[in-house]
Ligand binder design. Structure first.
Ligand code: NAD
Length: 486
């Protein structure tokens, strides 16, 4: 079957599944095989206009804007339950669309459900406070929804990152226009459908898959949005923030990272090996918070690297739906970027301790596979130590002292996440307080979604916080009411 014979799945606008206004469609690729497996409508400016208008109407309509907060919360809880009920279907679709191993996709789906559950429980607890102004004055604040929230989502964790922004926005009473990436749009559309099935009124959640240059630009520059949450690369984030600034629209920026994992010689080695490997190879390294720099105390360095090499040799690659240890890269273009970075590393003087090339072999034909790769003899200034590769490539650097570890860890324009592996609480705290990043894990990394924990970047990793109760700050605005009485 040629792709033109495939059914085109519609956008979700104003409670309906609709074709793009210009009839455009996107081929959706399975990165495990390199072939098209479905097609979705490609939103353009006219569709984004329709979606933003529908969201604005929802804000003013009794069915959404006038809803009791507790009822909003119940809707989100129903969405959480529906996602759990359809978990296997959603995980399989995510695995096909993105290439990630099924067990990772299953985790992502559970985390997505957890976002709706967590924020469903919060919807009726978004409170202002009273301010003591003295006799005869009652002063209080109200937390009002900020309005139409635009959500621009990347391809690497579509259902998880989409839900991370959509759930708190809906809990706060906002209406949402979500633009998933054209490279992995499927589960966002399913969440939109589930929302409608669970009672979200028309316009409360619109889903408009499309390219960055069309739908992305149309949404980010739209005069009708009141808030924007962007998750993606620094380069695009800066462009999006500039567009939003033209309309004085506040932005949450969740950008890239070059997160360090710091392993001291006294660490529990088994724990650290498993943690370090998962931090870089989960999702084939295509994770904003990937632990893509490994700092190892020099006296433990060689033995630790040997163990890590042995670990990578046990890893099985394959199509995501076969649930291997590592799936493919999202696209040929991203695969070429990874190849280019490894070549740069070698030119700079790094040494390939494991991997370092495309993965071939039975079951990998046509897919975009790259070997789990360890680059040793990396030094601080090298591009492979500084730039986000977004692939399964770990840059390894030795250090001698706590001070040096902190200095190397902070020698980055990013500051998203860090890991510290040691049995010594003093070393752990020395680094936890010195490392400039939004999150520090000690003897663990990632905490399985961490819906309850604030997440976001220092430096070029972004600003604003998602997850936890802190995320609500982005979706509410404070109104102060001052009453003088006799
Ligand atoms: P990307 O920046 O290319 O795209 C992200 C989203 O922006 C996509 O939906 C894309 O279509 C859209 N877009 C692209 N150009 C646009 C434009 N000019 N205007 C408006 N929208 C536009 O990122 P990606 O390749 O999808 O994802 C990888 C990047 O995302 C990495 O840098 C990674 O670190 C980052 N990321 C960050 C987090 C986080 O929470 N901090 C999470 C996941 C990914």
């Amino acid at each position: 079957m040629t792709t033109t014979n495939m059914t085109v799945e519609g956008l979700i606008i104003d409670g309906q599944k609709v074709a793009a206004a210009d009839g455009g469609a996107i081929d959706v690729y399975d990165p495990s095989t390199g072939s098209v497996f479905t097609r979705v409508a490609r939103a353009g400016r006219a569709d984004v206009d329709r979606a933003v208008a529908a969201a604005a109407r929802a804000m003013d309509a009794p069915a959404w804007g006038g809803l009791e907060p507790a009822e909003r919360g119940r809707m989100l809880l129903r969405i959480a339950e529906a996602i759990r009920r359809r978990a296997e279907e959603l995980a399989t679709l995510e695995s096909r669309d993105n290439g990630k191993p099924l067990r990772q996709a299953r985790t992502d789906v559970q985390v997505a459900a957890r976002y709706f559950e967590f924020y469903g429980g919060v919807a009726d607890k978004i409170m202002g406070h009273t301010i003591p102004m003295g006799p005869g004055i009652l002063d209080f604040t109200i937390k009002e929804p900020i309005g139409v929230s635009a959500q621009i989502v990347p391809w690497n964790y579509p259902i998880q990152i989409g839900s991370r922004g959509v759930a708190p926005a809906l809990a706060a009473g906002c209406a949402v226009v979500m633009k998933p990436s054209s490279e992995a749009p499927m589960t966002a559309l399913r969440v939109g459908e589930i929302g409608l099935e669970c009672g979200l009124p028309p316009g409360a959640l619109n889903v408009v898959p499309g390219t960055g240059s069309e739908a992305g630009v149309a949404l980010a520059s739209h005069k009708g949005i009141n808030q924007l949450t962007f998750t993606g690369s620094v380069e695009v984030g800066v462009a999006v923030a500039k567009m939003a600034a033209e309309n004085v629209v506040p932005v949450v920026m969740e950008l890239g990272g070059k997160s360090p994992n710091v392993v001291f010689a006294d660490a529990d080695v088994d724990l650290a090996i498993a943690g370090v490997a998962k931090a870089i190879f989960q999702n084939a390294g295509q994770t904003c918070s990937a632990g893509s720099r490994l700092l190892v105390e020099r006296r433990a360095h060689d033995a630790f690297v040997d163990r890590l090499v042995a670990h990578t040799r046990t890893m099985k690659l394959g199509p995501g739906v076969d649930d291997p240890d590592m799936g493919p890269i999202i696209s040929e273009r991203q695969l070429e970027t990874i190849e280019r970075y490894v070549a740069i590393g070698l030119e700079e003087g790094a040494r390939v301790a494991a991997g370092g090339c495309r993965a071939t072999g039975a079951g990998l034909c046509g897919g975009y596979f790259y070997e789990p790769t360890l680059l040793a003899d990396v030094t601080r200034g090298m591009r492979v130590a500084q730039e986000e590769i977004f692939g399964p490539v770990l840059a390894i650097l030795p250090f001698d002292t706590v001070e040096e570890a902190a200095a190397i860890a902070n020698d980055s324009e990013y500051g998203l996440v860090a890991g510290v592996w040691t049995r010594d609480i003093n070393k752990a705290m020395a680094l936890a307080t010195r490392i400039k990043s939004g999150q520090v894990f000690v003897n663990t990394y990632g905490a399985g979604g961490g819906v309850e924990m604030p997440f976001g970047g220092y430096k070029k990793s972004g600003y604003g916080r998602e997850k936890s109760l802190e995320a609500l700050a982005s979706y509410t605005q404070t109104k102060n009411v001052c009453i003088k009485y006799a």
